[in-house]
Each structure stands twice: as structure tokens, then as C-alpha cells.
Design a protein around this ligand. Structure first.
Ligand code: TRP
Length: 444
């Protein structure tokens, strides 16, 4: 009944693409390379991969299961399956959704701006230094990035407003494979640059002397961020999924695709960083500076750049809709607000919340706290604290509070038992909470 009223994914493929679309986004192509760069390369990569495959995939399965068992947004899901204080974890997810989208949308806006700059020839001919100052000038200005932030939020809201199936399921079915193809072309291009191999060495050769508590937190946080975990986004998607689908293969597919795209992005960006003499720890500008420098060396580079940034924007949109969907599903399910109104209201609120993040690259650049601007603080709070804490709570809930209902969701409906059930429960109930908690306490 609930499923008919709330809408749902029409097919297993549609669901896998939507979940992979949520996972694959700016986190892979913009964030992963610069966070890897700032954290010393190879050793970070190893910690990241271990977290993704052991803890991340387990929590993704837990989120899908909780969502499908309850057929509700995170707040409603915890209320239905247990109630009490656990409902707070759902509220935390909704609030995290507002916060994460507020700064994600700012960067999403940059991708639109860069697609337009590419066709109008504004990126042509520059070297890394001039591209770097052009980027700094753009994000440091006041009105222009805010306009693009607004456009990105409108696009996100339009897709979410159209509902599951209508908007989300369709978005990206053709465009994601295209993005993938473009990344492969870029790899070929970047490998021909002199000095590229130094970047590969930086990326793949681990130097554990560079690992600190902060490195590990950053790796764990990035794993949660990249897989869209810890705030109920995957839970909400799971709530729209048919009981016929066997969840573990879906989790494996999404985790592998997400990791593949992150690594391929690293193979493009980090060699380019070394070839063009950019500092690998240069931060959020890394992708926006090195990629145009690569495009400038390619015939028809302006058009390839435009196509790339448009596809990156689409990848960002299929992620941003999953953040907004959490907030909207909460308002629709729990507060009986109409989908269109909920989407518009939440969209405007998130746009406003994002304004100081955008301004922190210019006007508010000097307003720092412990060396962090407003944007840095939002990112740190969400990625390194709220998502890991939310993830642990989801894991503990699945393993210790609602286990019978959760395991039934994985091996009951599809009539295929889950051979790794005990390992999964051990990771959720023991490894993930203790591991992540130790990392958090150590780092803070
Ligand atoms: N995973 C997405 C990316 O890599 C971002 C994202 C979408 C996300 N939904 C999320 C991050 C929920 C945290 C929580 O770009």
C-alpha cells in the first residue's frame, strides 16, 4: 500500500543506477583527488579502500535493509522499527542532509560555471598558474558563484520534485557511461605528459610515515561521503525498492563502481598535478585547475572541457538529489507536506545555508576558526563527524536493535540466504563502531 502511494523504482537496474548515481559525484572526481593529495597519497588510498570495502559496504547494506524494511524516510524508519531515542538518528540524518547539500551545491555551481567558461573560450590557452588565479578569482567573487549555486539548487529541486521514477530514476542513464568514457580518454591523454609517472607513484606507493590521526579520519570520512552513507540517503532510496531485489549484489555493484570512478579520477588528476607543477595539497581547486590545463593540450579542448564539466554537473546532480530526497521524504511522509512544496521550501533553505560557504572563498575568507573557513568547517563537521557518527549508529541499530527484521530483509524476501550474514553482523556490531570510534576520538 505504502509503496503505491509513495512511488518507487520501476526496475532493479533503475535502482542500481540511482544508488550508484548518488554515490558517484563530486566526492569522487573533485574531492577524492585533493583529499588524497592533501593526505600524502598512497597510504591514504589504502586506508580509504579498507574502510570502503569492510565498513562502508556493510553500512550500505544496513541502510538499504532498514529503509526497505520500514518503507519510510530515516525519521519514520527508526520510529517504525524501534522508536524512542533512535528516532533522533533519523533527525540527525535530515539535518545532515540540509548541511551537506548546502556546500555541495556551491561546488555543483562551479561545474556549471566551468562548462560555460569552457565554451566561451575563457579557459583556453592558460597554464596551471594562470588557471589557478582565474579559479581563485572566480570562486572569490561574490555574486557569480552564488548565481550558479542557485541554478544548481533549482536543477536539484526540479529532479526531486518530479519524484522517484519520474526524475531520479531517469537522470543519468545515458550520461553516466559517457562521463566514464571521457575519464578514460583523459587517462590516455594525461599519461603522455612528461612527469606523469611521479603522480602515479604518489598515488599508489604508500608512505606510512605520513599517516597521522587526521589522515585516518580523513580517509574514513571520505569513505562515508563517497558512498553517500551515514545520513540515511541510501536508506531513503532503499525505502522505494521492491522486495524482489537481493540487496548484497546491489551493494557490491555500487561499491565497486564508486571506487572505480574515484581511482580513475585519481589516475587523471594526480599525474596532471605533478606534470604541471601544481601542489598536490592545493585543496578544492585541484580538479578545476589541472583539468582545464589538460584540456588545453587537446585538439578541440574547449568542447571536451565543456562536455566534461556538464557531465560532472550531471554526476553531481544525481548525488545532490539523494541528499534533498532525504529532507523531502521526511516532510512528505511525516508532515504530510506536498512533494512540490516540500521540495521548494527545503531547496530555498539549503540555498540560504550555502551562501556563507560560497562567500568563504572571498568576502568571508578571513572569518576563520582554527584556520578553517565556513566552507571548511561545514565540510569537516559533515564529512569527518556527522557521517561517521551517523554510520556507527546505523550499524549498531542494524546489528543489535533490529537484527531479526534486518536479516530477514536480506535473506528472507528474495529466498536466497546471505552466506556472509555472521561476518556482516560482526562488522556492523563490533568492527565498525569500535574502529570508527577509536579513529574519531584519536583524531579529535
Ligand atoms: N556520494 C556523493 C559524492 O561522492 C555525495 C553524496 C550524495 C552524499 N549523497 C550523500 C554524501 C549523502 C554524504 C551523504 O559526490
Amino acid at each position: 500500500m505504502a509503496r503505491e502511494i509513495r512511488g518507487g523504482f520501476a526496475s532493479r537496474l533503475g535502482f542500481v543506477l540511482a544508488a550508484a548515481g548518488s554515490a558517484i559525484g563530486l566526492g569522487n572526481i573533485w574531492k577524492f583527488p585533493y583529499v588524497t593529495g592533501a593526505n600524502g597519497g598512497g597510504a591514504f588510498l589504502i586506508i580509504y579502500l579498507v574502510t570502503v570495502f569492510v565498513i562502508g559496504s556493510s553500512i550500505m547494506l544496513a541502510e538499504f535493509s532498514i529503509g526497505r524494511a520500514a518503507e519510510r524516510n530515516p525519521v519514520g524508519a527508526f520510529r517504525r522499527l524501534k522508536g524512542g531515542a533512535w528516532v533522533g538518528v533519523g533527525y540527525m540524518g535530515v539535518i545532515t542532509g540540509l548541511l551537506v547539500l548546502s556546500f555541495y551545491s556551491v561546488v555543483g555551481g562551479w561545474t556549471i560555471a566551468y562548462a560555460l567558461k569552457a565554451v566561451s573560450g575563457q579557459l583556453a590557452g592558460g597554464d596551471a598558474a594562470s588557471l589557478g588565479s582565474a579559479f581563485g578569482g572566480f570562486i572569490g567573487s561574490t555574486a557569480e558563484p552564488l548565481v550558479y549555486h542557485a541554478i544548481f539548487m533549482v536543477l536539484t529541486a526540479v529532479v526531486v520534485g518530479a519524484g522517484i521514477g519520474g526524475g531520479i530514476e531517469r537522470a543519468g542513464k545515458v550520461l553516466m557511461p559517457l562521463l566514464f568514457l571521457l575519464i578514460l580518454i583523459l587517462i590516455v591523454q594525461v599519461m603522455s605528459l612528461p612527469g606523469a609517472s611521479k603522480g602515479l607513484e604518489f598515488f599508489f606507493a604508500p608512505d606510512f610515515s605520513k599517516v597521522t590521526g587526521d589522515t585516518i579520519i580523513a580517509a574514513v570520512g571520505q569513505a562515508f561521503f563517497s558512498l553517500s552513507l551515514g545520513m540515511g540517503a541510501m536508506m531513503t532510496y532503499g525505502s522505494y525498492l521492491s522486495r524482489k531485489v537481493w540487496l548484497p549484489t546491489t551493494v557490491a555493484t555500487v561499491t565497486l563502481l564508486d571506487t572505480l570512478v574515484a581511482i580513475l579520477a585519481g589516475i587523471v588528476i594526480l599525474p596532471a598535478v605533478f606534470a604541471f607543477g601544481v601542489d598536490p595539497a592545493a585543496g578544492p581547486g585541484l580538479t578545476f585547475i589541472t583539468l582545464p590545463a589538460i584540456f588545453n593540450q587537446m585538439p578541440g579542448g574547449d568542447w571536451i572541457a565543456c562536455a566534461f564539466f556538464l557531465l560532472l554537473c550531471v554526476a553531481a546532480l544525481t548525488s545532490s538529489v539523494s541528499m534533498l530526497e532525504v529532507v523531502v521524504a521526511y516532510l512528505v511522509d511525516e508532515k504530510n507536506v506536498k512533494r512540490t512544496r516540500a521540495t521548494a521550501g527545503a531547496g530555498i533553505l539549503i540555498f540560504l545555508l550555502g551562501i556563507p560557504s560560497s562567500l568563504s572563498f572571498g568576502l568571508l575568507g578571513d572569518a576563520t576558526w582554527q584556520g578553517k573557513t565556513f566552507f571548511d568547517m561545514m565540510d569537516y563537521l559533515v564529512t569527518n563527524i556527522l557521517l561517521p557518527v551517523g554510520g556507527i549508529l546505523i550499524a549498531v541499530f542494524a546489528a543489535w536493535v533490529a537484527w531479526p527484521r534486518i536479516i530477514e530483509e536480506v535473506s528472507g524476501w528474495a529466498k536466497a540466504s546471505f552466506p556472509l550474514a555472521n561476518v556482516w553482523r560482526f562488522v556492523l556490531g563490533i568492527v565498525a563502531p569500535i574502529g570508527v570510534l577509536v579513529v574519531l576520538i584519536n583524531g579529535l
